[in-house]
Design a protein around this ligand. Structure first.
Ligand code: CA
Length: 232
């Protein structure tokens, strides 16, 4: 039993090394949000493990447990406020905004429903732009948009709504957006996307501002294991 902590530490170090290698992220990058979503069932707060205390509010319709968050409200359902969402309020210092430079989203999830907004900051009309991961028809797209431009990368021929766990990495630079699914590059768009900085929360599971009629809520149904955001 005394060997276990050592083995665990070794495994964690190996994972960290792999992440750095596969992304090519320099040591100057900073994790700004890390929601592992390992909370117990009754938790109302999801802890940000990045050390920046960007803790998330867990909506009453989100079920925790088993090391992930389960979202069960369907896209066609009526607006339910923030109950179906995990929500991280905007940071006043701008630390949660992608800004102008490199910004990386890593997320692991599974679903059998081919629709819904999985992760976003901002909506179509938000001042300061929008970043959104959605999966119409089971094909995941990652979009960064401001008044200065838009770039979207997708999962290509990879179908995401097959019930299997998928690890997604969306890397935005000043001039491109690239998506990797399960370690394989699936899409790339080379466009400048300007300075993305809004006052909206990060939400997992759908839109924070919707009424289900004029603005659809686009709820996501499935499990999310973790969401990790890195700047630089
Ligand atoms: Ca987890």
């Amino acid at each position: 039993m005394r060997r276990l902590p050592g083995v665990g530490a070794l495994a964690a170090a190996a994972v960290a090394t792999t992440l750095l290698t596969t992304t090519g992220v320099a040591s100057a990058s900073t994790g700004v949000l890390d929601l592992e979503l390992n909370e117990a069932r009754a938790a109302g707060t999801a802890v940000d493990s990045s050390g920046h205390h960007h803790d998330a509010q867990i909506g009453s319709r989100v079920r925790m447990g088993g090391g992930h968050a389960t979202f069960a409200v369907l896209a066609r359902d009526a607006a339910l406020g923030t109950a179906p969402l995990v929500r991280v309020p905007d940071a006043r210092d701008g630390s949660l905004d992608p800004g102008k430079g490199t910004f990386t989203i890593v997320m692991r999830y599974r679903t059998t429903h081919g629709y819904g907004n999985i992760l976003q900051k901002g909506q179509a009309t938000s001042a300061g732009g929008q970043v959104k991961l959605q999966q119409p028809g089971g094909r995941l797209t990652c979009m960064f948009k401001t008044s200065r431009g838009r770039a979207t990368a997708g999962s290509g021929s990879v179908t995401m709504d097959n019930g299997a766990w998928h690890t997604v990495r969306c890397v935005r630079t000043a001039t491109s957006v690239t998506m990797y699914v399960d370690g394989r590059r699936t899409g790339r768009s080379t466009h400048s996307t300007g300075d993305l900085d809004n006052s909206m929360p990060w939400t997992i599971g759908g839109k924070p501002d919707c009424d289900g009629t004029r603005v659809d809520c686009d709820y996501f149904a499935g499990d999310v294991d973790y969401v990790r955001l890195t700047k630089g």
